[in-house]
Design a protein around this ligand. Structure first.
Ligand code: CA
Length: 197
């Protein structure tokens, strides 16, 4: 009886012109923008909480101008620059260019107004063999956009673009884009300790 009632309910929903198939295949479709907005609010609140903790609990988490979030420190570039220049800036701060973006890192980057950003991976050393700058390990599961990488020897660096859901494209390394430096809070504290602060 229950199954019959359920079937009738489903049938009625279908014949009343409801987008049953779409709802079943993607129930979040119409609410996605709302969810994204809430997630951005949560992110903003978390950032405020982090700042308050640093201020009132005397916790030094990240260097000035860096953002602390989920055990990491992030430096968002003010200007666009080449991959090598971005890499040098991050490395001098004992950090590395952001690599695989977590959903929260995507939101952080979006909140900063970036539309494109360098990813810390290249195939400079061997064409077609992408490696992460931080570890030298081979990229085996890169978040490539359809048809990418496709630039051959002319394009050996990687850029993530907002319009393509932060998926990766290969680009010439001398082009200029924003970048994000990342390091763990633990390593940031270690550096502060080493420098006697
Ligand atoms: Ca290449």
């Amino acid at each position: 009886m229950f199954l019959i009632t359920l079937s009738i309910a489903v049938f009625n929903t279908a014949v009343q012109g409801q987008p049953l198939y779409d709802e079943m295949s993607d129930p979040c479709k119409e609410k996605r923008n709302t969810y994204e907005m809430y997630k951005e609010h949560v992110l903003s609140l978390q950032l405020v909480i982090n700042k308050l903790q640093e201020k009132y609990c005397n916790v030094t988490a990240c260097p000035d101008d860096w953002i602390s979030f989920e055990n990491n420190c992030y430096l968002f570039s003010e200007t666009k620059t080449t991959f090598e220049a971005a890499k040098d800036i991050c490395n001098k701060a004992r950090a590395y260019i952001l690599e695989d973006l977590s959903p929260w890192e995507m939101l952080l980057t979006k909140a900063k107004g970036f539309t494109h950003m360098w990813i810390g991976a290249t195939d400079i050393r061997q064409e077609g063999v992408y490696v992460y700058e931080s570890t030298g390990s081979r990229v085996t599961n890169g978040d490539w956009f359809k048809g990418q990488p496709g630039g051959g020897r002319d394009e050996n660096c990687v850029v993530a673009s907002k319009d393509n859901n932060w998926q990766w494209h290969d680009f010439p390394c001398n082009d200029r884009f924003h970048y994000v430096c990342k390091k763990t809070i633990a390593s940031a504290r270690k550096l502060l300790h080493l420098h006697g602060n």
